[in-house]
Structure formats: structure tokens, C-alpha cells
Ligand binder design. Structure first.
Ligand code: CUA
Length: 130
């Protein structure tokens, strides 16, 4: 399944031929990972996301109650998560180096607003074997 996804991703990059890096990455397509995260007063589930450096991480955010926000500290990711049943907010984030990236709610949502946080943990990707 993962192979299939990667293959279709490479095809997409190849057919778009927009940027030189896209072409040069064709044989070495970036890993992609999608995570669904649910927000509710006053937590994110899951609140810990594990990934690897260089992975294109797509986070699909929904709320189980009111509108929340999703901000990754130190990045330009900051989006509003619509109220329950009003849809999904999607962001992508690619960690450039290993470490812990804190995310938090960025929209005032009640007394526990400042407790709504979590972390993306990026570890070094295993080296390719030639
Ligand atoms: Cu959720 Cu502020």
C-alpha cells in the first residue's frame, strides 16, 4: 500500500515538472505521512505525532465541539479548525531537522485553551541503502 502511494506520488511529481528539485527527487520521492487529529475542549488526539526528518506530514484536523486553532510553534503553520461537522482543516509540515515541534490551539476556545497542546517528534530518517 505504501509502495503504491509513493509510486503515484512520484508519477504526480514527474508529470507536473514544475521545479528542478521535483524532477531530481523523482527517483527518491519524499516520504509522505497523513495523520488525523481531533480537537476538543481541551486536547488534541493524538497529542503526540511521530515522524522522520524530511517527511511531508499532512495533518487533517477536525473538531468534536467548537472552533479551535492549530499552530506549530516556530513555523508559519497556523489554521482555524472549524466547528464540529463543518469540515476539516488540512496543513502540511515537513520537519527540517530532528527535534520536538510543539503545536497548540491558536483560537480562544474556553478556560482550558492554553492547555491544548501537543508535540510532533521528528527523528532522523534511516539512511538509504544503495
Ligand atoms: Cu482550543 Cu483554544
Amino acid at each position: 500500500m505504501r509502495t503504491l502511494l509513493l509510486a503515484s506520488g512520484a508519477l504526480l511529481l514527474g508529470s507536473m515538472s514544475v521545479a528542478p528539485w521535483a524532477v531530481s527527487r523523482a527517483q527518491d520521492a519524499p516520504l509522505v505521512q497523513t495523520v488525523d487529529v481531533a480537537a476538543e475542549r481541551f486536547s488534541f488526539t493524538p497529542s503526540e505525532i511521530k515522524t522522520t526528518v524530511g517527511t511531508v506530514l499532512t495533518i487533517r484536523l477536525t473538531s468534536d465541539d467548537t472552533a479551535h486553532g492549530f499552530r506549530i510553534v516556530g513555523s508559519d503553520v497556523n489554521i482555524e479548525i472549524p466547528k464540529r461537522s463543518r469540515g476539516t482543516a488540512t496543513v502540511t509540515f515537513t520537519p527540517e531537522k530532528a527535534g520536538r515541534y510543539t503545536f497548540e490551539c491558536s483560537k480562544l476556545c474556553g478556560a482550558g485553551h492554553s492547555f491544548m497542546r501537543g508535540v510532533i517528534i521528528a527523528t532522523e530518517a534511516p539512511k538509504d541503502e544503495e
